[in-house]
Ligand binder design. Structure first.
Ligand code: AMP
Ligand code: ZN
Length: 467
């Protein structure tokens, strides 16, 4: 497979890992609120990449972290009067529910920052021993950027002014810290505790504090995937400073190349603008479901454009996605009645070679879908003999597997009876008002009629129970 490597800015053939698994690290969510559809664009395209590599025989192995300590998680857990653990566990669960609804594969490892404090401290100690980091008067530890000559290669920032890095993840500039640093561009590896952190600190050789914004990825990538990983990915906003800092920390601590290939996903815009709460254009999966589009429609809309290009999302994209999925479903049922989407090993493609080649060529999802619809438009399933149908079904199924589309999904077609809708609504209301006994009773009643409820972040769906 070929992919655009952001380190070097060229399309490159991905060389399989001679040691076995193709290791990938994806920067995961900060769990303090709903993930928005921009975040999901990045996660979904990473999911598609993983699926293609799996089909192509690379044996991918994925780690995606959970950031469960930072300024925002601490700030909002205190605001809500619950412990950091209780708070972040709630949002992690909601994130998992959204991922499941979007048919995303679970990563092989999903390490949490707070469960790897020792590993982070160890890496910081190594960086200090080797002279790449220093203790500041306020008992924070900083990375000394001047000690790493390669700094800036990924984002080409050497010509730009290196601005202060300590804009914290909540967007505030930490001015006080500037005076503790040798250089304003040095970034924090360990932050000494502040009154606003409350009880959220850990002991370290440098006193009470917590890890900086970047070290968790370096420490956890090393623990689960080794010193050198094959591919690292995130949204394009993470290139600088987050990924530059990860490279600096890992290469200086481990003395080895950190990442072979970097893949960055371009941003999602909504109605032509950057998503923001104040503009009212920030959407979550729950918002999309409320507007009666399925999670699969959202998945389709988010993966249908090339990952390297910005995607301007509008509700028209969902209308188009819904139509496209229906077309795929109709065709699939004609060539393979009542069969599930599966991936097959295909030694020689007969019908959909161009669709699969498009995926192998820098994950060109729009070209792949274009080839699939060209085939649908030009092929009448009735004219195919059984063997041809069988071959086409295997190929079609494999492409859909790569894209993560489930064409047996009946969720959109089934008419839910009024009474079931009413009971489901009552159950949701009972759950919202924490009347769990009543909510459970209603769930059981629905189940008697053969209906199950799946809850998502801010809504639910009703599904027919499988027999
Ligand atoms: P965060 O939780 O902010 O660290 O973001 C999680 C992931 O989503 C990261 O890989 C970000 O780069 C990515 N991301 C954030 N905003 C967008 C967006 N508008 N479009 C695509 N990806 C995004
Ligand atoms: Zn990261």
């Amino acid at each position: 497979m070929k992919l655009f490597n952001s380190l070097g800015n060229a399309k490159e053939e991905l060389q399989p890992n001679p040691h076995g698994k193709f290791t990938m690290y994806f920067c995961g969510p900060t769990v303090y609120n709903y993930a928005h559809i921009g975040n999901f664009r990045t996660y979904l395209l990473q999911d598609v990449l993983t699926r293609i590599l799996e089909v192509e025989g690379y044996s991918p192995c994925v780690a995606r972290n959970i950031t469960d300590v930072d300024d925002k998680t601490i700030r909002d857990s205190i605001k809500n009067n619950v412990s950091l653990k209780t708070f972040t566990e709630k949002w992690t669960k909601i994130f998992h529910e959204d991922c499941e609804a979007l048919n995303m594969k679970s990563p092989d490892f999903e390490p949490k920052a707070t469960e790897h404090i020792d590993e982070q401290i160890d890496m910081i100690k190594t960086l200090m021993e080797k002279g790449f980091a220093y203790l500041a008067p306020d008992h924070s530890v900083y990375f000394r950027i001047a000690s790493f000559k390669e700094y800036g290669r990924l984002s080409n920032i050497e010509n730009r002014e290196l601005k202060t890095q300590e804009i914290d993840s909540a967007g505030k500039k930490n001015l006080a810290d500037e005076y503790d640093r040798e250089n304003v561009s040095d970034f924090a590896l360990w932050k000494s505790t502040k009154p606003e952190d409350g009880e959220n600190f850990w002991m370290s050789p440098w006193g009470k504090g917590r890890p900086g914004w970047h070290i968790e990825c370096s420490a956890m990538a090393k623990k689960y995937l080794g010193c050198t990983i094959d591919l690292h990915s995130g949204g394009v906003d993470l290139k600088f400073p987050h990924h530059e800092n990860e490279i600096a920390q890992s290469e200086c601590a481990n003395g080895k190349k950190f990442v072979r290939y970097w893949m960055h996903v371009a941003h999602l815009l909504v109605d032509g603008a950057k998503m923001s709460k104040s503009l009212g254009n920030l959407y979550t999966l729950g918002d999309i479901l409320k507007k009666k589009y399925s999670a699969q429609c959202l998945r389709y809309a988010l993966i249908a454009a090339h990952y390297g290009q910005q995607l301007n999302f509008t509700f028209n994209n969902l209308v188009a996605a819904k139509n496209a999925i229906e077309k795929l479903q109709n065709f699939f049922h004609k060539i393979a009645p009542l069969q599930d989407i599966q991936k097959f090993e295909i030694s020689e493609w007969k019908f959909l070679e161009s669709a699969f080649s498009a995926l192998l060529d820098d994950m060109n999802t729009p070209a792949c879908l274009g080839s699939v619809f060209k085939l649908i438009n030009e092929t009448s399933p009735e004219s195919l003999n059984e063997e041809q149908k069988h071959t086409l079904h295997r190929e079609f199924s494999t492409i859909m597997y790569c894209l993560g589309l489930r064409l047996d999904d009946k969720e959109q077609d089934i008419e839910v009876p009024q009474e079931i809708k009413r009971l489901a609504k009552l159950r949701w209301q009972a759950k919202q008002s924490k009347n769990f006994v009543e909510a459970d009773r209603l769930r059981q009643e629905l189940s008697k009629y053969g209906w199950i409820i799946k809850d998502f972040s801010s809504t639910y769906i009703i599904e027919k129970e499988e027999l």
